[in-house]
Every structure is written in structure tokens, then in C-alpha cells.
Design a protein around this ligand. Structure first.
Ligand code: GDP
Ligand code: MN
Length: 380
């Protein structure tokens, strides 16, 4: 789950990280009022679940309340990476001497939360990693002890020569780790972590991604979800208990099991196609899930062909077949469909599909090849 900058900042502030105050506005007039209250130059920042807002025109300085109103009007009219801006954060502008990066991610290979810090902040950390990897320090954290002071100091000195600033940064790292661990986060990031001309160390941006599996035990964090800021298809899928991630391609995939879904996407790419989504209908046997899956996939206009890849174990393939028949009766398909199913109740499933005018395959390679050909308009 993504949360907004202003929400992540509240969590970081509670952990003790120094962050300038700020308030949220949904209209230009509110932004003006907040700017007047704060006084001086302010920054108006789009609150959307996307990075690179600065480059997209979503972060702007305003030197008067009137300018804050005008700037907010412009930002509230923006759509950044397909996400409409509905709220802005208005915060006092800090004077910046240097910009650094500090972030924590869950690293699967070390099975740890890993700190990444870099004195080259403000820009994409991916770009730093690619062009100047020596400017990034990585440190895994032992979950039994948390981030120990000497580890934090080592990172502090990687960022700053000045002892006071290194100490301030080290303290921020420990606070960041506390916030990360307590919130069930899979990512927590400060970019930029700045120094001001008078030597203060401040966090000017905050990003946090919460592991969905943590939400049940952390209701206060779960309550931060802002559905109006999420892709409609992802909200729909979550409410239907489907694991769904929208992607850029045009082959709509309906698969049971995360491993098979990954393998299917790999094969789609192997045969020159691009998956439109990751979708796992799960292991249960429920035609309703198939109906929901088809509704979500067919509502995406970029989908040019649909691929079902079902391996029947606990999932009964006749249930899936019934789901396909029900769904397509409710909403006749406008794009071709390729169905591959094998396993539990396969003969019954094939019969149901044939009786309703569908053909099905049992070979995964053939099915994927055909779906890619149909989606790209090249005959199979
Ligand atoms: P992002 O582009 O979505 O990561 O948004 P950020 O919050 O990181 O803002 C982008 C850039 O705007 C920062 O790297 C800063 O250079 C600048 N910026 C953000 N807040 C301030 C501020 O308070 N004062 C000044 N002078 N610049 C700021
Ligand atoms: Mn940033």
C-alpha cells in the first residue's frame, strides 16, 4: 500500500525526525490560507502516489499567499503518471545547502531491511546506482538489534564531514528505522535529506510503502489508505480478493497462483508480447473470482487479447470454465480469448467450454504464443 508524503511525514515526525510543518489543501483558496498562516516562502507539493513529482511540475515554490493560490491551482489541475492531483501539501520552504538520500528497503537476497544512503540526493537513486554506484553505501540491519549507533554513525559520516551533521544524520537514520519497522513498511525513504546554510539537517520529502500483509495487525496504518488515489482497477481487484497489478502491455492474463502468474508473464515476454497485468485468482475454487477477474481485465482498453492459464489442483478447472461462461454471458468479449487449462476436472471443463463455443488448449507454450500473436495482430 502506498501512502502520501504528508502521511509519511506524520509518521516520521512522530519518530522524532526533523521535518518542517505543513498542512493539506484541496483547493487553491485553502492553499492560500495555509501559506498566509505559515508566512514567508512556501513549497506547494502534489500529493500523489508517484515519484518524480518535481520533474512533472508537481513541486513549486511560492513567495506570497497569492502566488501559493495560483501555483496550487496549477498543480491541482495536473495528472502525474495517470494519477489526478486531488490534494497539495503546503509547507515552509527550507533553504537548501546540500541534498542527500536516505532510504530503507526490504532486500530479498540478504533477507534483511537494507539501508541505502548517498550524498548525491534530490535525484533518482536509480540513476545514482547506475552512473556512480560508489556514491551509495548499503548496510543491512539485523532485526534483533535494530540500527546500532556505530552503524548509524558510519552512514552519517558517509554523508557529512561535519561531526554535528553526521551525528544529526545518524540519529535520523535510527528514527527512520524505528518508523519503518513499526509501520510494517517495505520501503521508507527521505529524498532529499538536506542541510541548510546554518547547518541543520532536515527531511524535506518522505515516502513510505506499506507491506499489505501487515495491514491486518496495524489498523491505524491501514486507515491511511486513500482509495481515490489508487488505480480504479487495483481497488476493484482488492475488493474482489484478487491479487492484481496493472502493467503496461496488452495481453490480459488470468492465472492461478503467483508462481504460475510469474512464469506466464515471462513466457509472454519470451514470445515477444507484453503482459497487461499480473493477476492471481488464487487457489480457491470460485467462479465468482473468474467473473470479477474478467470484468477488471476487460475494462482496460489496452488489453487486446486475454490469456487464461489455469493449472487445476485445489482450483477446479470446471469452476473456472463456469466462471468464463457466466462472465462472457454478462459481458460479451470484445477481444479474443485463449484458454489453457489442465488438471483437476479437466474433461468436464473442456466439455463446458465446448458447449458454449469456446476452445481450450492444454499446452502452455502454444497458448501463450497464440495469445501474443492475437494481441500483436500477427496471425498465430
Ligand atoms: P519528488 O520530485 O516527488 O521526489 O519531490 P521532492 O519533495 O523530493 O521535491 C523535489 C525537489 O524540490 C527537491 O529535490 C528540492 O530540490 C525541491 N524542494 C522541495 N522542498 C523544498 C524546499 O523546502 N525548499 C527548496 N528550496 N526546494 C525544495
Ligand atoms: Mn523526493
Amino acid at each position: 500500500m502506498n501512502i502520501h508524503e504528508y502521511q509519511a511525514k506524520e509518521i516520521f515526525r512522530d519518530a522524532g525526525i526533523p521535518i518542517p510543518p505543513g498542512e493539506i489543501a484541496a483547493t487553491p483558496e485553502e492553499a492560500e490560507r495555509i501559506a498566509r498562516k505559515l508566512g514567508g516562502t512556501v513549497v506547494v507539493k502534489a500529493q500523489v502516489h508517484a515519484g518524480g513529482r518535481g520533474k512533472a511540475g508537481g513541486v513549486k515554490l511560492a513567495s506570497s499567499p497569492e502566488e501559493a493560490r495560483d501555483v496550487a491551482a496549477k498543480i491541482l489541475a495536473l495528472t502525474i503518471k495517470d494519477l489526478p492531483v486531488e490534494k497539495v501539501l503546503v509547507t515552509p520552504a527550507a533553504e537548501i545547502a546540500t541534498e542527500a538520500y536516505a532510504g530503507i528497503i526490504v532486500d530479498r537476497s540478504s533477507k534483511r531491511a537494507v539501508f541505502m544512503v548517498s550524498p548525491a540526493g534530490g535525484i533518482d537513486i536509480e540513476e545514482v546506482a547506475e552512473k556512480t554506484p560508489e556514491k551509495i553505501m548499503r548496510r543491512p540491519v539485523d532485526p534483533r538489534y535494530g540500527l546500532r549507533t556505530y552503524e548509524a554513525m558510519e552512514m552519517g559520516f558517509f554523508l557529512y564531514d561535519d561531526v554535528k551533521q553526521a551525528r544529526a544524520a545518524a540519529k535520523i537514520m535510527q528514527q527512520l528505522y524505528t518508523a519503518f519497522a513499526a509501520s510494517g513498511a517495505s520501503l521508507a525513504e527521505i529524498n532529499p535529506l538536506v542541510t541548510t546554510p546554518d547547518g541543520e539537517v532536515l527531511a524535506l520529502d518522505a515516502k513510505m510503502v506499506i507491506d499489505d500483509n501487515e495491514l491486518d495487525r496495524l489498523p491505524a496504518i491501514a486507515a491511511l489508505r486513500d482509495e481515490s488515489s489508487e488505480a480504479a482497477s487495483e481497488v476493484d481487484a482488492r475488493n474482489a480478493s484478487l491479487t492484481f497489478i496493472k502493467l503496461e502491455g496488452n495481453v490480459g492474463c488470468v492465472v492461478n497462483g503467483a508462481g504460475l502468474a510469474m512464469a506466464t508473464m515471462d513466457l509472454v515476454k519470451y514470445y515477444g508480447g507484453e503482459p497487461a497485468n499480473f493477476l492471481d485468482i488464487g487457489g480457491s475454487s470460485n467462479p465468482e473470482k473468474v467473473v470479477n477477474a474478467l470484468r477488471i481485465i476487460t475494462s482496460d482498453p489496452s488489453v487486446k487479447a486475454i490469456l487464461f492459464n489455469i493449472f487445476g489442483g485445489i482450483t477446479r478447472t470446471d469452476d473456472v470454465a463456469n466462471g468464463i461462461v457466466t462472465a462472457t454471458k454478462q459481458n460479451p468479449l470484445k477481444v479474443p480469448i485463449v484458454i489453457r487449462l489442465t488438471g483437476t476436472n479437466e474433461e468436464i471443463a473442456l466439455k463446458i467450454l465446448q458447449e458454449n463455443g469456446f476452445s481450450a488448449m492444454t499446452d502452455m507454450d502454444e497458448a501463450v504464443k497464440k495469445a501474443v500473436a492475437l494481441a500483436t495482430g500477427k496471425a498465430a
